[in-house]
Design a protein around this ligand. Structure first.
Ligand code: SF4
Length: 357
């Protein structure tokens, strides 16, 4: 890499302090083609994470090769997890990215252990494994090979079009293990997307990613998440997005209203105050009870979305009603920005629908 040997030179005081406690740090670099972003390359001791007991997510294990995410979504659920590294949940989350450079090797060793039961492993549950850094570090091919080689089914949820690079590999390993793909697309409005998710590929590029995954014979769902009250939740906006997902060949959809945990709440609040100050009082009221939108709002959203989903042929396998109100407090996700809803058993069979609400 042409930035080999470079050292981070202009970290903020806080970031420098954080580095002192960053376990396994090898070096920090600021590649010129990643303006303003510092990568902290670490040797991780473990990359296979067990989902805490009691969680209702449909998977028991996760792998996250990166911490922090240059996609920089204002609403990102994972922001608070950056404070565990003594970085801040705002700008540091977007620009101080920890890279587990030995992730493929460590994962392969962990999957070789006799006690490993080949349970489903979800990726994209905390930070995006196909954020721009992956174009440089190329960790995912080794991770995919390690999972498939050990007979472990897995799923990937992403906004990153870098995934296109690995479609041939994913197609190949899908003959050996169940593979599930999900692409997160919150909205089609390009102007809103640029300010809300400034580091992400545009919505059309992500729809193209869905199309390419489907052309490669892989199942691929779309996560319409998060739905932003009064910004992206109109019938017209949802209908347009669901129609575009169906046209791209999505094998199912998951629709999730905005969830504002501590960390995301403050950062998103700043964005909302700057861009849509008129909505601040309404959001305050809607999220007065905590991280989840008021149940009445969630019920109304579910009622609005259900017929649209059916109309576009993207309905759930079983009644959405059984899953309760979207964003229900019981449906707590692990640390993460993009709740993954890929089914644990046999994800990604042709024609299989993912969860609705
Ligand atoms: S929501 Fe996902 S893509 Fe956006 S910053 Fe968070 S981890 Fe990255």
């Amino acid at each position: 890499m042409r930035w080999d040997g470079q050292r981070a030179g202009d970290q903020s005081g806080q970031s420098e302090q954080a580095l002192l406690g960053l376990s396994g740090l090898v070096r920090s670099v600021q590649p010129p083609d990643f303006s303003g972003v510092t990568f902290h390359e670490v040797h991780a001791r473990s990359v296979l994470n067990k989902v805490p007991g009691g969680s209702r997510v449909p998977f028991g294990w996760t792998v996250n090769p990166y911490r922090g995410c240059s996609h920089a979504c204002a609403y990102c659920f994972a922001r608070k997890s950056h404070t565990y590294l003594d970085f801040d949940a705002g700008r540091d989350f977007d620009t101080q990215v920890v890279v587990k450079i030995n992730a493929p090797e460590v994962l392969a060793a962990q999957l070789r252990r006799p006690g490993w039961n080949r349970e489903h492993v979800a990726m994209g549950t905390n930070t995006d494994p196909y954020q721009r850094a992956e174009g440089r570090y190329r960790l995912m091919p080794g991770i995919i090979r390690a999972l498939a080689g050990s007979g472990t089914p897995f799923s990937i949820l992403t906004k990153g079009t870098v995934l296109t690079r690995d479609l041939p590999l994913l197609e190949s390993v899908s003959a050996d293990v169940p593979v599930g793909l999900g692409v997160s697309i919150a909205l089609l409005d390009r102007e809103l997307q640029r300010t809300l998710e400034p580091g992400t590929p545009g919505p059309q590029a992500r729809l193209d990613l869905v199309r390419r995954a489907r052309d490669a014979g892989l199942p691929c769902g779309v996560f319409i998440a998060p739905v932003l009250p009064w910004l992206t939740d109109s019938t017209e906006a949802l209908d347009g997005l669901l129609g575009a997902a169906a046209d791209a060949g999505a094998t199912g959809v998951t629709v999730i209203p905005l969830h504002l945990r501590p960390g995301a709440r403050e950062w998103f609040g700043r964005w909302l105050s700057a861009r849509h100050p008129d909505l601040v009082p309404r959001y305050r009221e809607l999220y007065a009870r905590g991280s989840y939108a008021d149940p009445g709002y969630r019920r109304r959203l579910a009622a609005r979305v259900a017929p649209l989903v059916r109309r576009h042929g993207l309905g759930p396998r079983s009644g959405g009603e059984e899953r309760g109100v979207p964003g229900d407090e019981k449906a707590e996700w692990p640390e993460g920005s993009m709740p993954a809803g890929l089914p644990r058993d046999g994800p990604g069979r042709e024609g299989e629908q993912m969860t609705l609400l």
